[in-house]
Design a protein around this ligand. Structure first.
Ligand SMILES: [Zn+2]
Length: 298
């Protein structure tokens, strides 16, 4: 591949895969999907990213990174990630600048996802909207008039809103966090509780069973949907958003849980229900990170 320097690169570091690419004239080009191996630590992954980028661009213009976890944007530090154990307090932005010799910026992965959705017009540029990603955990972003609201830096951690005071323990150190009830592990837990003897149950298999009418799987999605509705009602009471967008791996099962979520929402909240699934590609987070990086050069 020819070496054309000065591109705006975007990287989305998830708990299992890392996607990287750059902004081309005709859209975002995904260059590589790397395996994230959390136990190997960040430096090995950075070496793989450097090798991949330097094959195409020996002088990157900017680099933006979205990463699953709590990010100190001001100082460019990953503070904590439940999926990237032992990466805590890693000075990611400084390391990127050292390695690539270009401006670098990092943010939480839900926020970079939101940047792409705002840029593409999927999230409106007026009013107050919420983006919620349902997957391994729950990510959140508050968007007001096309701008992400950060508060003192960390707004949108909806997954760690308490929904059950003495509930399930969470890796964040708290108990009863929403993501212990409305993310992937919870769906599997509800399914197992129905007494199913399915081996290696995961959300994909449970969804397949539910679509085929399996009572246990349908019951699991009912309970899951109710907990989704609990959280959406809480957020609506706090923020009264005009629209709520759901994304993330579990949004593929939207039709299996959303009516239960809606029912629970209306039991708890008088506000209008305006919740929809966001159709985005798997590389949207990386594209948003590249857009975020490009802004450094403008
Ligand atoms: Zn938590």
């Amino acid at each position: 591949m020819s070496n054309l320097p000065g591109k705006h690169w975007g990287v989305d570091i998830g708990g299992t895969t890392t996607i990287l690419g750059y902004l081309a004239n005709d859209g975002f080009k995904t260059v590589s999907t790397l395996q994230t191996i959390p136990s190997e630590g960040p430096e090995k992954l950075l070496t793989q990213i450097r090798r991949t980028i330097s094959n195409i661009d020996d002088s990157p213009g900017t680099i933006g990174v979205g990463i699953a976890g709590l990010v100190d944007r001001e100082n460019g530090i990953l503070i904590h990630s439940p999926n990237l154990i032992n990466w805590g307090r890693f000075p990611l932005q400084e390391r990127l600048t050292d390695i690539f010799r270009c401006p670098a910026v990092i943010d939480n992965d839900c926020n970079t996802f939101a940047i792409q959705a705002i840029d593409s017009g999927e999230i409106p540029s007026d009013g107050l909207s919420l983006l919620i990603t349902l997957g391994t955990g729950i990510g959140g972003t508050i968007i007001h008039n096309g701008t992400i609201l950060y508060g003192t830096g960390y707004a949108g951690e909806f997954g760690h809103m308490t929904v059950n005071v003495s509930g399930e323990a969470c890796p964040c150190g708290s108990r009863g966090c929403w993501e212990r009830y409305a993310a992937a592990e919870a769906l599997v837990r509800y399914f197992k509780r129905t007494g199913s003897d399915l081996k290696d149950a995961d959300p994909r298999k449970i969804a397949q069973l539910a679509e085929a009418g399996n009572e246990n799987a349908l019951k699991a999605f009912e309970e899951f949907g109710e907990w989704v509705g609990v959280g959406l009602a809480n957020l609506s009471h706090c923020l009264s958003p005009s629209e709520i967008f759901l994304a993330g791996g579990l949004v593929k099962t939207f039709s299996l849980f959303i009516e239960h979520a809606r029912h629970e929402f209306h039991r708890r909240c008088l506000y209008k229900w305006n919740v929809s699934a966001l159709s985005s590609c798997s590389d949207a987070g990386a594209e948003g990170a590249a857009i975020m990086g490009r802004a450094l050069s403008l």
